[in-house]
Ligand binder design. Structure first.
Ligand SMILES: [Zn+2]
Length: 273
């Protein structure tokens, strides 16, 4: 990797005030205030300034000091250690080798196997969730992973919803004769909602602020299911023939279940690259 050098103005533009003070001016965030001091998710910690991978959750430990602490670096060459005599102390400063960002300090009071404690500012780090990488090592194809995720979602949302539909019907004063149709349309339509949601999540998983984009992309895809589902239930309640909306609803669910796991797997492969 070529070493990054940017002007002060460029760093100021890229970083928030606090990020700038800590990473470019050797500042320290207040203990127990950072994002990662008690963060235990599996993944990689990257340099806030240049995104070099610096530490992993595998070597993170709770040092009870209020800053994220690691007993080792991801790669010895990724960080540079510099003797620091500021504030009347002799300490070893830790910097990102690639961009010179101040990360924190390293102390010789860490746990085995290294005995080192890399005491790092949360503000100097970005966390990258490793759960996506775990999927690639799963023993089943990504298409099956997507289908299973959608199934799990449906079993915990759509299916229970269909079963409590009569209760909701009572609360909403719907005629009791319509309850079976309400349940039926939910059972037919909710599988499509689960698999469309799974596809949307696969599409946006690699993006920051993916959540907002997810809603924008996925909401329109829900509309046909909601229209035909509501129509089937309404016709059922009123005793009208409901074959057309019910069949369309089932059709949407079947086509979604057949195609969207494949599309979701393709999105995941692109995101993993
Ligand atoms: Zn860096």
């Amino acid at each position: 990797m070529t070493k990054i050098s940017k002007t002060d103005a460029q760093w100021r533009e890229q970083l928030s005030e606090q990020e700038y003070q800590v990473t470019r001016q050797q500042g320290t965030e207040r203990p127990f205030t950072g994002e990662y001091w008690d963060h235990t998710a599996k993944g990689t910690y990257r340099c806030k300034c240049c995104q070099s991978a610096l530490f992993t959750s595998d070597t993170k430990f709770d040092a009870h000091c209020g800053w994220p602490s690691f007993y080792d670096t991801l790669d010895k060459t990724g960080v540079t250690e510099i003797r620091d005599t500021s504030h009347g102390m002799i300490r070893i400063e830790v910097r990102c080798t690639n961009c010179d960002a101040h990360l924190g300090h390293v102390f010789p009071d860490g746990p085995d196997p290294t005995g080192q404690r890399y005491c790092i500012n949360s503000v100097s780090l970005d966390f990258e969730d490793g759960s996506l990488d775990l999927l690639t090592t799963a023993p089943i194809p990504l298409e099956a992973v997507a289908a299973v995720k959608a199934l799990a979602h449906w079993l915990t949302t759509g299916l229970p919803l269909a079963f409590i539909a009569p209760l909701l019907g009572l609360m909403l004063d719907l005629p009791v004769a319509g309850f079976p149709w309400l349940m039926g349309s939910l059972l037919l339509g909710t599988p499509a909602l689960s698999i469309i949601g799974t596809f949307g999540a696969a599409l946006t998983v690699g993006l920051k602020r993916g959540g907002l984009l997810l809603s924008l992309l996925v909401l329109p895809l829900y509309v046909p299911t909601l229209i035909f589902g509501a129509e089937a239930a309404r016709r059922g309640v009123e005793g009208l023939p409901l074959a057309t909306p019910a069949l369309l609803l089932a059709g949407i669910s079947l086509v979604s279940m057949a195609l969207l796991p494949i599309a979701a797997a393709a999105c995941l492969r692109i995101n993993l690259r």
